[in-house]
Design a protein around this ligand. Sequence first.
Ligand code: GLN
Length: 194
Amino acid sequence: MRVGILAIQGDVDAHARVLDRLGASSRPVLREKDLGEIDALILPGGESTTIAKGLDRLGLYGPLASFADSGKPILGTCAGAILLAGASENHPVKTLGLIDVVAQRNAYGTQVDSFAAIADPPAHGAGKAAQELEGLRCVFIRAPQLSKIGAGVEVLLRVEGVPALVRQGNILACTFHPELGADSRVHRLLDPGA
Ligand code: GLN
């Protein structure tokens, strides 16, 4: 698989290392034409205001919406999840509106309130993807929370009861940093054949 990583700002290299471990090739995405050469896309964590400004400057809001329409998987992590949301509350940024949730930025507090936690056990009757993520350790860095979860959105993981990884069709939004640490289960969700 060829996986693009939006390379405006943020944790690009760490995502590339996870993809390398999984045997997928990765490449930076900075232009519309880069989107034509990939099978899946990651929007990394970082600073959503900075990334949003870059998306505007590079004219990428429209092309990213078309990429999502094509059905190819997109994973947004932390700041990337904020950008995928329908809207962002608390210091709003211009979002892509690709998943039916609302993001609250910095919902856990400031940098010193960053933490790691083991995900809650899968809910009774949880689907296969949720079960396969059991026991995942999640690292939250000035993380957002997702609320107003739409009816078409599946919650794959919760941490302390709060949705931390959600999916709607080909769009995955993750409030933590799955690229940190040795566990690549979240990235594996990008592979429709897995
Ligand atoms: N707090 C950042 C924002 O609101 C996100 C932090 C992160 O991606 N680790 O954009």
